[in-house]
Ligand binder design. Structure first.
Ligand code: BGC
Length: 380
């Protein structure tokens, strides 16, 4: 089976008529569209030349953000008056496929900022790949809302990209905000969208300085940061160890360059702690979700980094492993559980939510991105 063509098919078949992408059609808990997953899926479609699909997603996000955009002014007022806000006062991390907030599960951690940063980054990439700058005119309002929202909340604790640890700030989430600000600044500088009133380059620089000051320990980046508390400045939390999502600091968000010593040491630690020799990449050492297996999307993400630093053979080994994990129907799962980090935690999740999500559209997306990254490099 041609895993690449099949991946495109799986994504297109699972795009809703509204433009949203379901996270996984066969896993009830994932019958929604996350901005995080969706933005990478749309980016994969852009890389594959499926611009219509990607555009439909960006438009869906635009409509959805606009629908709930009044929340941003409300948050501003609450912050200005020192009032707290609740989990439903923020812009949510996921929506129904029609673009409604999810109300069935009141315990879900809605406050996750990374999807909003990634959406802006992916949208700017869409314009770069497709040349479709006209789209931006229709999305000016949701772009403005997103920028204002991120500007207001980026220093507030919220859930990380694995929907955990709402008490901390997260390096990965902040890298997405950095990229979101910079990508839109770039579009403004090209005259493709009007100024937003927020000094975006300066804000991005502020986030970078923040990360260099508070998210470095022992020569590498950390996953979690304590927010400022009672006059105490923020602090890195080295005990959390590395997380494979930290690759994002270089690829694709470019907070730091590929050859930055901090990037190199962080990735070396990801390789030694989270890459199973001959296998895939774990999220983080203490992961217990479905026993903590190897994640397809993170394996492809490491491959994406390898291609950019010229380690094509290493990337190809990861591709081969990913392809060997496809089911008979050509589905790529969220994670592979033959070598879990905490095997005793597998069964309880199986009983709770059923078999691991498969296909996971985000897994297919990262694989598509990696294949195209190699093609692009080899065509140079
Ligand atoms: C992951 C999220 C993801 C969601 C939908 C969760 O288990 O932690 O990163 O967005 O699934 O795929």
């Amino acid at each position: 089976m041609d895993c690449y063509r099949r991946s495109i098919e799986v994504i297109l078949q699972n795009q809703h008529s509204s433009g949203s992408y379901v996270a996984s059609p066969n896993f009830p808990t994932y019958h929604y569209c996350w901005l995080r997953d969706g933005s990478f899926i749309a980016h994969a479609m852009d890389r594959a030349g499926e611009f219509t699909s990607a555009e439909a997603f960006y438009r869906w996000v635009g409509r959805t953000i606009q629908k709930y955009g009044d929340k941003v002014e409300d948050i501003r007022q609450r912050l200005d008056s020192g009032l707290p806000f609740g989990k439903d006062d923020v812009l949510h991390t996921r929506y129904t496929l029609d673009g409604e907030e999810v109300t069935v599960d009141s315990a879900w951690g809605n406050f996750q900022i990374d999807g909003y940063g990634t959406w802006l980054w992916a949208l700017a990439e869409h314009v770069r790949f497709s040349g479709n700058a006209v789209l931006l005119k229709d999305l000016i309002e949701p772009i403005r809302i997103t920028l204002q929202y991120l500007d207001l909340v980026w220093q507030l604790p919220n859930y990380d990209c694995w929907e955990e640890h709402p008490e901390y700030l997260h390096l990965y989430s902040l890298t997405t905000v950095f990229a979101g600000f910079n990508s839109i600044a770039c579009l403004q500088e090209k005259g493709l969208i009007p100024e937003s009133g927020i000094p975006l380059r300066k804000k991005a620089e502020q986030i970078k300085e923040f990360l260099l000051k508070y998210a470095v320990f022992d020569g590498k980046m950390v996953k979690h940061i304590w927010p400022a508390r009672n006059a105490k400045p923020p602090q890195p939390i080295p005990q959390s160890g590395v997380d494979a999502s930290l690759i994002g600091i270089a690829v694709p968000y470019r907070v730091l360059t590929l050859d930055d010593p901090l990037v190199k040491k962080t990735i070396q630690t990801i390789e030694s702690d989270l890459l199973r020799p001959g296998g895939g990449v774990y999220r983080y050492k203490a992961d217990v979700y479905y026993g903590g297996g190897e994640w397809i999307l993170l394996t492809a993400w490491l491959g994406w980094y390898y291609v950019q630093i010229g380690k094509i053979d290493e990337a190809k080994k990861l591709i081969a492993w990913i392809e060997s994990q496809a089911s008979g129907e050509g589905f790529l799962p969220e994670q592979v559980n033959s070598h879990t980090l905490s095997p005793e935690h597998y069964e309880p999740w199986l009983r709770k939510w059923g078999p691991v999500a498969s296909p996971l559209l985000w897994s297919h997306a990262m694989y598509i991105i990696l294949i195209n990254e190699i093609k692009q490099t080899q065509a140079k």
